[in-house]
Design a protein around this ligand. Structure first.
Ligand SMILES: NC(=O)c1ccc[n+]([C@@H]2O[C@H](COP(=O)([O-])OP(=O)(O)OC[C@H]3O[C@@H](n4cnc5c(N)ncnc54)[C@H](O)[C@@H]3O)[C@@H](O)[C@H]2O)c1
Length: 426
């Protein structure tokens, strides 16, 4: 088989222009490829064409620059998938009633299949359980193209490790795991990503690459659950858990620092480990106990935060019902506008259910994501003064922390931002 990567100019299509697909598309343009940024969401495509970003790490200026090259073509027209050399699928992989929902991968495969030609290379990037590429995607591509994977065209899996808002590690300098259905596919996948990132790391097969991604996220999920559970017990024991973690983190080997918080959120941690436990249960009939325990602990954290709010109000003879609570941060992580599966939103909703007057400040999230019953406000000194309790759920740098410190005695801080003040820390 002649590799499509031997031919220039190279046309790349990226299916899915979200947190993962858009940065890949931009980097591919920068590396000299001709790129179709394909998304079924026509509104997103229109915004991209107007250099209007909806992703934290991509600025409008970056979009303007790639559009100016004439090699970035945002599109929601399937006809634009034609003639590609390399296709990257980076579509969502959510859970539906606790089970993997692969319909986005399936539909992306169906759209792509008629355009697969001899020598094409198709790479799946979405996070999923081992076996997906070979058992779900490949049959769709073969059926729709009439060609054979491996023999006629290349297929690979390369998990995305992007960490939105991470100032140090970004798409280019994070090593990228690559895999292929056969040696030739691995060569094509490696060659493509070697043009985009500093380092590629070959995995022996598709399933190893798929499982490596789930291991990475499960590792993080389990360790966050460990410190979250420790935080609850340390509080009862009268021990400062944050000081404990800082002390343990001075060990130069065998320990990795994770910090407690109001729970886990985003597209990855609350979902990916469940792909693994679902597959283990379905294929082997066993419970993946670490994953289930971690889910249990992390999902409980918003309730624990509400309990701590109630205790703090109780200490000044107030109830949650009727108190004004100013929530700082609704996104699931600092300096990000991503509110998917955010535990901060879960905690705010629970406070509303208990009758609190919840006002929330988050300069980064889309106002449409603010839950019912919560009023979006700015964290002005007046708002801080007017609240009975200030609850720090996401410690964005954009907040005026000096102003928050001015009302320290009524602050419950789940992020340890106000350490050393009179604020109560989780
Ligand atoms: N967000 C992260 O930090 C991150 C990190 C690593 C891996 N991942 C994984 O990458 C995948 C994508 O996640 P994301 O955060 O980019 O999701 P996202 O929701 O930000 O973007 C996905 C995009 O795919 C589009 N889409 C859906 N079906 C499509 C189709 N058939 N063809 C073309 N476009 C389609 C959606 O309209 C959306 O714009 C998921 O599997 C996720 O688990 C995400």
């Amino acid at each position: 088989m002649t590799s499509s990567l031997d031919r220039m100019p190279q046309r790349v299509v990226i299916l899915g222009q979200g947190y993962v697909g858009l940065p890949v598309a931009l980097r591919a343009v920068e590396a000299g490829f001709d790129v179709v940024g394909f998304d079924v969401d026509a509104e997103r495509v229109q915004r991209l064409a107007q250099a209007e970003s909806f992703i934290d790490d991509v600025s409008d200026d970056m979009l303007r620059d790639v559009l100016a090259t004439g090699r970035f073509h945002p599109s929601s027209d399937v006809a634009d998938l034609a003639g590609f050399n390399v296709a990257v699928i980076s579509v969502p992989t959510p859970l539906r009633e606790g089970a993997p929902d692969l319909r986005y991968i399936e539909s992306a495969g169906e759209m792509l299949a008629p355009h697969v030609r001899t020598g094409s290379c198709v790479i799946l990037e979405s996070t999923t359980y081992p076996g997906t590429t070979e058992e779900i995607l490949v049959p769709i591509l073969e059926r729709g193209s009439g060609l054979a994977a491996g023999t006629d065209f290349s297929v690979g899996y390369s998990p995305e490790r992007i960490d939105p808002s991470n100032p140090t590690w970004h798409f280019r300098n994070t090593p990228k795991i690559v895999s292929g259905i056969d040696d030739n596919s691995l060569k094509d996948v490696t060659e493509f990503f070697a043009a985009l990132v500093d380092e590629t790391v070959p995995a022996p097969g598709l399933k190893e690459a798929e499982l490596a991604k789930l291991l990475e996220n499960t590792f993080r999920h389990v360790n966050i659950a460990l410190v979250n559970e420790l935080a609850m017990y340390a509080k009862e024991l009268g021990v400062d858990v944050w000081a404990v973690i800082d002390a343990a983190a001075t060990k130069p080997f065998g320990f990795m620092k994770f910090t407690p918080g109001p729970g886990v959120g985003g597209h990855c941690l609350p979902i990916d480990p469940s792909y693994l436990s679902w597959q283990v249960r379905r294929s082997l009939g066993h419970a993946f106990r670490f994953v289930e325990l971690a889910n249990d602990v992390n999902e409980h954290m918003p309730d624990y935060v509400v309990t701590r709010v109630a205790e703090k109000l109780n200490a000044v003879r107030r109830s949650v019902n009727g108190s004004t609570i100013l929530v700082l941060g609704l996104a699931y992580k600092k300096n990000s506008g991503d509110a998917r599966e955010s535990p901060a939103i879960a905690a705010a909703q629970r406070l509303v259910q208990r009758g609190a007057v919840v006002r929330a400040a988050d300069p980064l999230i889309d106002a449409r994501l603010v839950p019912n019953g919560v009023t979006l406000v700015d964290a002005t000194p007046e708002e801080l003064d007017g609240a009975d309790l200030v609850l720090v759920l996401t410690d964005h740098d954009a907040f005026d922390w000096q102003a928050v410190e001015a009302v320290e005695s009524k602050v419950l801080d789940t992020r340890n931002r106000l350490r050393g003040t009179a604020a109560e820390i989780l």
